[in-house]
Design a protein around this ligand. Structure first.
Ligand SMILES: Nc1ncnc2c1ncn2[C@@H]1O[C@H](COP(=O)(O)OP(=O)(O)OP(=O)(O)O)[C@@H](O)[C@H]1O
Length: 634
């Protein structure tokens, strides 16, 4: 769901700034103080509404962590909420009325439910995940309607006896006492959730949410992270369900329908997608607005709440969290941007093609023959990468067609060719991001043809992307630390900030390599295109790769940035083998020692940059593929 994802990204970016961190802390403390003072300041009815808002807020928090923190927007968190609620109701019916037990068992039941549904939820994305989670929620609601002997059917379970918070504490018969119990439980759950999200483990979730491809390319098992998160938010929703029982002593399918799912999603969007306090405030706004609307406009609540949703999405792109962290001026600026926006992409200009020189060849070797043998001057013994008969078909089109290629250890090897020649497809197949139709890829003596990208990354293959793949809401240093993480081969980084800081200290060296040390604390999404490109390369280097794949790194860079890039590539450690896809032949000449030219997915020629520049077949193919005025003489 783009709206939630965009809002969450804006909110996270704002909240990760120093001002955002401070503002978030001040708001959280103010909210807690106000909630503690509320029973002394407001009437009983408001206290009951506040209890409901806390329970719904906890459910919203579970959606915010999943949608904002982990990238799985869900309409199905009502399912573990219902499981938690019915579990608490059944426990109370059977004589177990202790609130703490309810909370723990409901949390376990919600987590178990999500553990069972995780295999079908965490592998899907976008609209599909919304549909699947919606179906899961509806299945549970239908089960609650049909399984009358356990759930009370459409009438629900009523007459649930009062809850006793802890053994010997007495029953919760008073609404204010219930409020204290609900408030305490909510604060404990939120504090634990915040602790996890603010630990280094929370950064893994940000990475998985914002740049799954980069995370996989740096060796992170993203599916495992999302599964654990999905189970965790099942526990949070289960506790919210148990609190509903403490407050209302009644639960029915009406509590767990699509209405509740959409209200909760609305609360998350209003709150800013990723902010826990924001989700709680969003839920409170909804509970109080719904109550307020039910007076003058009974029956029109959903319509008016829908309007509220539209207003929230368009006027607060980063939600309340964005306003709090960035200030009202930032909110106004982003609103003005939304109004002015014509929906066009602001990406950097398309790269200008630059081609080999057209100077006449003299005494040149037979590059086509060398190409046909698949040799790049590498003997089998010193080959790091051996590609044999590599083919990738898209229907009738062979993007790569029976390619044989050998890259020697320590080589600086360029892949050239006209647009559509298959260069990026070759890189993606080496990295494991694109499946092979046929052929084999052997890396460092190991057949990696069918390995997942994360496994290849851990073997030593790193990739810099055509569009720099950074985690935009995190700092430059956090980005490069995340990229170094899986290669550090150390346990406990996720839970021990000290270990994370030590890793960050080590990872900072890669920022120095690309000249970004002074910008370590800046938010990655706010860097210029050129700096993001360098950060992308630093992230690729952070795993100490044996093979570095670079896909058009000079694309969209200024001349100054290209010079900087050339310096960085020339200074790569000797043990790093580089495969560079690039149109800028001047750069290719400067930083590579071997060039392979592809045309229509097949190998055309292999040689040194000078040999390639003088080869007639290359010139004819390459020059025939683009406008001469766009070519750069190498
Ligand atoms: N997912 C896809 N589905 C269908 N065709 C594809 C897909 N990806 C790539 N192709 C096609 O495969 C061919 C090779 O594409 P590829 O991007 O590898 O070329 P390239 O040499 O990297 O080009 P460029 O220099 O423009 O990036 C092109 O004809 C492209 O249209």
């Amino acid at each position: 769901m783009t709206t939630l994802a965009t809002a969450a990204l804006r909110a996270r970016t704002a909240l990760h700034s120093p001002r955002g961190i401070l503002a978030g802390r001040i708001l959280a403390v103010a909210a807690i103080v106000w909630l503690i003072a509320a029973p002394y300041m407001v009437d009983l009815f408001t206290i009951i509404l506040l209890s409901q808002a806390l329970s719904l807020g906890l459910l919203a928090v579970s959606v915010a962590v999943l949608g904002g923190g982990a990238g799985l927007p869900s309409l199905g968190q009502v399912a573990p909420y219902a499981v938690g609620g019915y579990t608490a109701a059944i426990l109370a019916d059977h004589g177990m009325r202790i609130g703490v037990v309810h909370t723990l068992v409901a949390a376990a039941a919600g987590a178990l439910f999500n553990a069972l549904t995780a295999p079908i939820v965490v592998r899907t994305r976008g609209v599909t995940v919304l549909m699947i989670t919606l179906a899961v929620g509806e299945l549970v609601r239908t089960a609650a309607e049909k399984w009358k002997s356990v759930t009370g059917g459409t009438d629900g379970k009523s007459g649930i006896p009062p809850i006793e918070p802890f053994w010997g504490m007495g029953d919760l018969v008073d609404d204010v006492d219930t409020y204290w119990y609900v408030l305490l439980t909510t604060l404990v759950v939120i504090a634990l959730t915040a602790l996890v999200l603010r630990s280094p483990a929370g950064l893994l979730l940000d990475g998985a949410r914002e740049n799954e491809t980069r995370m996989r390319a740096t060796g992170h098992p993203v599916t495992r992270y999302l599964t654990v998160t999905y189970i965790g938010v099942g526990a949070i929703a289960g506790v919210a369900g148990a609190l509903l029982i403490s407050i209302q002593r009644y639960i029915s399918p009406a509590h767990i329908g699509f209405d509740t799912s959409s209200l909760v999603l609305l609360a998350v969007v209003i709150g800013g997608g990723a902010s826990l306090v924001g989700a709680m405030i969003g839920a409170a706004l909804i509970v109080f607005t719904r109550d307020w609307l039910s007076g003058p406009w009974p029956g029109h609540g959903p319509l008016l709440l829908g309007l509220l949703f539209l207003i929230a999405v368009y006027t607060l792109p980063g939600g309340l969290a964005g306003v709090v962290a960035g200030g009202p001026r930032a909110a106004w600026r982003s609103l003005a941007k939304v109004i002015r926006s014509d929906g066009k992409s602001t990406e950097a200009d398309e790269p200008t093609a630059s081609e080999p020189t057209a100077s006449e060849p003299a005494g040149k070797p037979d590059l086509a023959k060398r190409a046909a043998s698949g040799a790049s001057g590498a003997g089998a013994a010193d080959a790091l990468l051996t590609i044999t008969g590599l083919t990738r078909r898209y229907g009738a089109l062979a993007a790569v067609d029976g390619l044989d290629l050998t890259v020697r250890r320590g080589a600086r090897h360029a892949l050239l060719g006209p647009n559509g020649a298959g260069k990026s497809t070759v890189l993606a197949m080496i990295a494991g991001a694109n499946p092979v139709t046929s052929g084999t890829i052997v890396f460092d003596g190991c057949d990696i043809t069918d390995l997942a990208p994360a496994r290849r990354s851990r073997l030593g293959i790193a990739r810099a992307f055509q569009q720099p793949a950074v985690v935009p809401s995190l700092s430059v240093l956090d980005n490069v630390t995340l990229a170094a993480w899986r290669h550090a081969r150390r346990g406990g980084i996720a839970w021990r900030p000290g270990r994370y800081r030590a890793l960050a200290g080590e990872a900072a060296i890669h920022l120095e390599t690309v000249g970004l040390t002074a910008r370590a604390d800046e938010i990655a999404g706010e860097l210029s295109h050129g700096s993001r490109r360098l950060l992308d390369i630093a992230m690729a280097l952070a795993g100490h790769p044996k093979l570095l794949l670079l896909d058009e790194p000079a694309a969209g860079l200024t001349d100054t940035d290209i010079e900087l890039l050339a310096d960085v590539l020339k200074a790569l450690p000797a043990e790093v083998t580089m495969v560079l896809v690039e149109h800028n032949f001047a750069l290719v000449r400067e930083v590579t020692d071997t060039v392979t030219v592809l045309a229509s997915g097949q190998l055309l020629a292999t040689g040194t940059p000078d040999e390639i520049a003088e080869d007639r077949a290359v010139r004819d193919t390459y020059l025939g593929a683009s406008e001469p005025e766009h070519q750069e003489v190498g």
